[in-house]
Design a protein around this ligand. Structure first.
Ligand code: PBG
Length: 356
């Protein structure tokens, strides 16, 4: 506990800090005078090993499909997915998280736990091909698989039935672990989802399968391009405010995080990232488990769109944003920039703004 300390932004710490003596003795610009000096004193380091690349695999297609609102990202075929995973592993990207797009959807999202379903087949191949070089993860939810687009099963009144949904999540967790997922990442924001999944995994002998909990996930407007990526439309123009967090609430994130840890989460996540840096910092100060942040589709696409218009510098802003998320306290970042960043980091020739 004592190791957690105060955040660097605590006013009382700054006021009493010995380096806060006055000009002209104190000249902070001295340490900014050259690139090597700046390199030496940089507090935050962004590396491919701390990044997780979200990947989409779609059933029943023969060519990768571009996603208009997510430039440079595609819905993969199984072969193109495996090729991309090889590249990411070679580049030292820390992990990949898989999302499936089934060819048919139904009311309960049964494609999500079908052993022959696209995600399970892909997980098996990924585990075999790159599982010893990068971490193979699976997003655990049903919104890509339900015909109504919600993250759970609907009750008779059109709202999501928490406890009935948990039974489905348990099945998905076991199917994903059996297929080869090393980490499952429940993203549906149902109460009790981590405890249910942990119990289900343990009962089937998957005691080593880790849980990365989407713990503080907000009902954000920044998921739009993702929903294009997984062909998800919420029935009746609905939203997820009945289960995802209200963006007005910061303290509530701690309630969610502590509950997930109590239920057995191995790692926790805050999502989205940039508009929630205060939440990331607060969670970092409160817990000692690895903390992830999801730099979501809308955050990525805003950079792509502004850069395409020549309004901002793509490489500078992308690096600045990812670094800010790390500086706020995230250990791990899920980002569509993972391949682009890793190529640039390794000086791969031709690593352009178009990335993957
Ligand atoms: C739900 C899920 C979503 C994202 C990841 N998992 C969408 C949602 O909650 O509506 C969004 C990721 C992104 O926008 O990049 N399975």
């Amino acid at each position: 506990m004592s190791s957690r300390g105060a955040t660097p932004y605590d006013a009382s710490v700054v006021a009493h800090h010995p380096t806060n003596s006055r000009f002209p003795v104190r000249r902070p610009r001295r340490l900014r005078a050259s690139a090597p000096l700046r390199e030496l004193v940089a507090e935050t380091h962004l590396e491919p090993r701390s990044l997780i690349a979200p990947l989409f695999v779609r059933e029943g297609i023969t060519e990768p499909q571009p996603i208009a609102s997510l430039p440079g990202v595609v819905q993969h075929t199984l072969p193109s997915l495996l090729a991309e995973a090889e590249v990411l592993a070679d580049l030292g990207v820390g992990g990949i998280i898989l999302f499936g797009v089934p060819s048919t959807k139904d009311a309960i999202g049964s494609g999500a736990f079908d052993p022959e379903g696209i995600v399970q087949v892909a997980l098996g191949e990924l585990a075999a091909r790159v599982g010893d070089r990068t971490v193979v993860m699976a997003d655990l939810c049903v919104d890509e698989y339900t015909d109504h687009g919600h993250c759970g099963i609907l009750d008779g009144h059109g709202s999501v039935d928490n406890d009935a949904t948990l039974e489905i999540y348990a099945k998905i967790a076991v199917a994903q672990a059996r297929a080869g997922a090393q980490v499952v990442a429940p993203s549906g924001m149902m109460d009790g989802q981590v405890a249910t999944i942990r119990a289900a995994l343990d009962a089937e002998g998957f005691t080593s399968t880790a849980i990365l909990a989407y713990a503080a996930k907000y009902a954000s407007g920044l998921y739009g391009p993702f929903r294009d990526a997984v062909d998800c439309t919420i029935v009746g123009g609905g939203d997820r405010k009945g289960y995802q967090q209200d963006w007005r609430n910061g303290r509530e994130a701690l309630v969610e995080v502590l509950a997930d840890l109590d239920e057995g989460a191995d790692m926790v996540m805050v999502k989205p990232a940039l508009a929630y840096l205060d939440v990331i910092a607060a969670v970092r100060a409160a817990v000692d488990v690895p903390l992830a942040a999801y730099h979501v589709s809308g955050e990525y696409s805003m950079i792509k769109a502004a850069a395409a218009n020549g309004w901002i510098d793509h490489d500078v802003v992308a690096t600045e944003h990812l670094t800010a998320i790390k500086r706020a306290g995230a250990d791990i970042i899920l980002t569509y920039f993972a391949r682009w960043f890793a190529e640039r980091y390794h000086g791969v020739a031709g690593a352009g703004a178009e990335g993957s």
